[in-house]
Write a protein that binds this ligand. Structure first.
Ligand code: ZN
Length: 232
C-alpha cells in the first residue's frame, strides 16, 4: 500500500459491502458481509457468510448477483469448536451474529462512519438486523457515499451524469445510471468480477475512495491499473 501518510481522511471509516437475498432491506436477509478499514498502517479486512433468518424474503435475482445458492447459505458451520473458532470462510454463521461481528470489527478498529457505494442499502440492512435481534445499534446514520463523491467530481468537470429510463405504461421516468462500474472506468479501475463478493466489493470501493480523494492508486491489488484522471 502506498501513501500511508495520506490516509488520515479515511481513518475510522469502515467501507462496508454486503450481499443480500433481496433489495428489500427490511424483509431480505444478509448473505455475506465484507468490511475493510485502514488502521495501524495496514488494511484490516473482514468477511463472513450468514444463514438467512426464518421467513426472509429470497429473490432469485438477488441470489444471482452474489452467486450463492440457498443450500450454500444454509450450510451450517460444523467446525469443532463452533462458530467462535470457525476456520472455514465458506461456513454460514447464524444471522444473529451479524450484529456482534460488525460491532466487534468497528469497535476494534475505532470506526465511527460507514462508507460505500449507496451505503443506505448496507446500513439499512444493518439497522434492520440490530432491530430484529434487539441489539444496541451504535451505527451512525451519517454515511459517506462513493456515488456522491464521484458525482461531485463529474460536476466539477462539467460532465453530465449518465441516465437511463424506466417506463410505466406511457410514462417514462429518467433515472440516475451513474453506476459503480461507470465510476470505476472513469478512474482507471477494472469491472468488479461476477458473481459479486462482499469483500471484493469493499476493496473496490476503498480503492475508488482513495483514487478520488488522494488522486493515486493505493491498494496492491489495483497497482497494475493505471490511474485515469479525467474527473480528478
Ligand atoms: Zn466453521
Amino acid at each position: 500500500m502506498q501513501g500511508n501518510d495520506l490516509m488520515d481522511y479515511l481513518d475510522g471509516v469502515a467501507v462496508v459491502d454486503l450481499e443480500a437475498t433481496s433489495l428489500n432491506t427490511r424483509k431480505g436477509a444478509i448473505a455475506s458481509v465484507g468490511m475493510v478499514t485502514f488502521r495501524d498502517g495496514e488494511l484490516k479486512r473482514y468477511y463472513r457468510v450468514f444463514r438467512p433468518f426464518r421467513g426472509a424474503k429470497i429473490d432469485k435475482s438477488a441470489l444471482a448477483v452474489c452467486g450463492f445458492t440457498l443450500n450454500e447459505l444454509n450450510r451450517k458451520c460444523d467446525c469443532k469448536d463452533g462458530e467462535d473458532n470457525c476456520k472455514v470462510l465458506e461456513h454460514a454463521h447464524s444471522p444473529e451474529r451479524v450484529c456482534s461481528y460488525v460491532s466487534e470489527f468497528m469497535h476494534e478498529n475505532q470506526c465511527h462512519t460507514i462508507a460505500g457505494q449507496n451505503p443506505a442499502f448496507d446500513t439499512g440492512y444493518l439497522h434492520a438486523y440490530f432491530e430484529r435481534y434487539k441489539r444496541f445499534d451504535f451505527i451512525s446514520h451519517r454515511t459517506i457515499d462513493l456515488h456522491s463523491i464521484g458525482y461531485g467530481h463529474l460536476a466539477s468537470r462539467g460532465m453530465k451524469v449518465p441516465v437511463d429510463h424506466a417506463r410505466d405504461g406511457k410514462v417514462s421516468y429518467v433515472r440516475n445510471d451513474f453506476s459503480a462500474t461507470k465510476l470505476y472506468r472513469l478512474i482507471g479501475m477494472p469491472t468488479e468480477p461476477k458473481p459479486h463478493n462482499a469483500l471484493t466489493g469493499a476493496l473496490f470501493e476503498f480503492e475508488a475512495f482513495c483514487r478520488l480523494i488522494y488522486k493515486k492508486p493505493v491498494l496492491e491489488e489495483f497497482k497494475m491499473y493505471k490511474l485515469r484522471t479525467e474527473i480528478l
